[in-house]
Design a protein around this ligand. Structure first.
Ligand code: GLC
Length: 555
């Protein structure tokens, strides 16, 4: 790695923070968070140490899927602000060294999008082929629907034209026909448009669904991945260091295809859903095994590509890639009540309530996520340990207003509580108990812990750029992993169980070759021989840097 690469391929060592403008901070007092509010909190995010902001959809939308149903790819929803406010956010973020990526919806639009309004008039509409139609009764597709609580089929008969249109998600989200070159052109223009406004990349929504649609409908080039390559090449031409971060919840081997195989010419980043799900299984079992399996099964990444690691996102905490038995184990440990589960495959909960609010376990989980190779991605409120609102419908349970203070509405808005876009969490995780203001100057708070972790993580290019080795140990509850880069390594040890342990850790060199520093306590460690006896409290964790040169020479 050359130091210049770290800025050219900034996503390999970034810290991402995802938020929904609508629930972050309401500056104009109408009960809905807005871009003006977000601009006021960029300094909070900068101080936290994040380097990339991911904004959930900001486009005009009837808001029937929280903005993932778009009526204009080129607009800003008026409830959130306008281009002026957006550009202020982007400029302020850039000034503080934070890049901004936005959701890119390419799989579908809202049924109120002018394209679909026109398309459903019938085969003569110029936009008819922007969507996927069939004129005969579709087969039973109940197993393919994404939201089984709301839909029974991925085809819905359009009363107006009498034909069926495809929609993998809600019926009000018709799938775009990405096999149509006119649609691809439109998407490229959309990408170009937002790049021109200063946006640094895109979180690409629901990627496998549109690739599958291209397979079904037949793309002129015959290769469904061609669209991703086209998007990536266009992106690179318009802005060399822009990034595509894809939502591809597939087994690792298939994910490799979405990086573009060895060529690495499709998505530069993808969320690692497999490692996320196996982390929860490992935590539920107090056994590092499932996590080791995931990490060792990760395919090698093509140059310039990176995983995004996460413990929580804005959707259900999906456990769909576990076996039925494994899923039931995680449900039993972290969400036993039916009201905590959703779609039969996921949890509606946030991390601290799942871990009974035990600060040791919460910190262990974040230490783990931040120490794994990949780019850590936080969902707003995780840094202060927010909880969920189980009374909210489905995935909305974790999309409650950010809790800034213990004041009215948690400092999110001055509007009357009943006017808020989402109710503030009411129970023991509400603003009285969990808020940013109270934690900001408390050195023992979760916020201070996460801040310190981010700062250490940012000083460890080994984790973003290095090669991973899972170091064998005799303790099933302990994960030891090491990332090597040039003459330096970071070695992290995590104890997933409540019992204290002492683990001998093989250093892989001779004694006098090593200078070792404990990155979290800042102490210098002296090994005796080739092994280090590491004592860990229950749910304890340690990060060590092993240098073969001087301690101060960071790679
Ligand atoms: C993605 C989003 C989810 C949304 C869906 C349809 O899975 O993460 O929130 O509902 O796509 O756009």
């Amino acid at each position: 790695m050359r130091i210049t690469d770290t800025s050219d391929q900034w996503w390999k060592s970034a810290i991402i923070y995802c938020l929904d403008v609508e629930t972050f901070l309401d500056a104009d007092g109408d009960g809905i968070g807005d871009l003006q509010g977000l601009a006021q909190r960029i300094d909070y995010l900068a101080e936290l140490g994040i380097t990339c902001l991911w904004l959930m959809p900001i486009y005009p939308s009837p808001d029937r899927d929280d903005g993932y149903d778009v009526t204009d790819f080129y607009g800003v929803d008026r409830r959130l602000g306008d281009y002026g406010r957006l550009v202020e956010v982007v400029r302020t973020a850039h000034d503080r060294g934070i890049r901004v990526v936005v959701d890119l919806l390419i799989n579908h639009t809202s049924d109120q999008h002018p394209w679909f309004v026109s398309a459903r008039r019938g085969p003569d509409s110029p936009f008819r082929d922007y969507y996927v139609w069939r004129d005969t009764e579709p087969p039973d597709t109940a197993k393919q629907v994404v939201f089984p609580d709301a839909e029974e089929s991925i085809w819905t008969r359009d009363e107006q034209s009498g034909h069926w249109y495809l929609h993998h998600f809600y019926a009000h989200q018709p799938d775009l026909n990405v096999a149509n070159p006119a649609v691809v052109d439109e998407l490229l223009r959309t990408i170009g448009f937002w790049l021109e406004l200063g946006i640094d990349g895109f979180r690409v929504d629901a990627v496998p669904f549109f690739v599958e649609d291209i397979e079904t409908t037949g793309h002129p080039t015959g290769d469904p991945h061609e669209v991703l390559r086209t998007m990536r090449a266009f992106l690179g031409r318009r802005k060399g260091d822009a990034v595509l971060l894809g939502e591809v919840n597939l087994p690792h081997e298939q994910q490799r295809e979405y990086f573009g195989g060895e060529a690495g010419d499709e998505l530069q980043m993808m969320f690692d859903f497999i490692t996320m799900q196996r982390t929860y299984l490992a935590l539920a079992r107090a056994d590092a095994g499932p996590l080791v399996e995931a990490l060792t099964a990760r395919p090698a990444l093509p140059p310039g590509c990176q995983w995004a690691t996460f413990l929580r996102n804005h959707d259900e905490l999906t456990l769909d890639k576990l076996t039925e038995e494994e899923r039931q184990e995680v449900f039993a440990a972290f969400g036993p009540e039916p009201e905590m589960q959703v779609y039969g495959r996921g949890l509606k909960r946030r991390l601290p309530p799942m871990l009974d609010g035990d600060p040791r376990r919460v910190r262990l989980a974040y230490s783990l996520m931040f120490s794994l190779p990949g780019t850590p991605t936080l969902f707003y409120g995780e840094e202060i340990g927010m909880g969920e609102d189980l009374a909210a419908h489905g995935r909305m349970a974790v999309r409650t207003p950010m809790q800034w203070s213990d004041g009215a509405n948690g400092g999110f808005s001055t509007a009357p509580a009943e006017q808020l876009v989402q109710a503030v969490v009411a129970d023991g995780y509400g603003p009285r108990f969990v808020n940013a203001a109270a934690q900001l100057h408390d050195p023992d708070s979760l916020l201070s812990f996460v801040k310190a972790l981010i700062s250490v993580r940012r000083s460890c290019p080994e984790l973003g750029w290095g090669t991973l080795e899972v170091v064998p140990t005799e303790h099933p509850a302990v994960l030891v992993h090491r990332c090597d880069l040039d003459d330096s390594s970071v070695l992290a040890v995590h104890n997933l169980s409540a019992d204290p342990v002492t683990v001998p850790v093989r250093l892989g060199g001779t004694e006098d070759e090593h200078r070792i520093i404990d990155l979290l306590s800042h102490e210098v460690v002296s090994p005796e021989g080739e092994e280090l006896e590491m004592a860990l409290a229950g749910y304890g964790h340690r990060w060590l840097r092993l240098c073969r040169g001087a301690l101060l020479s960071l790679p």
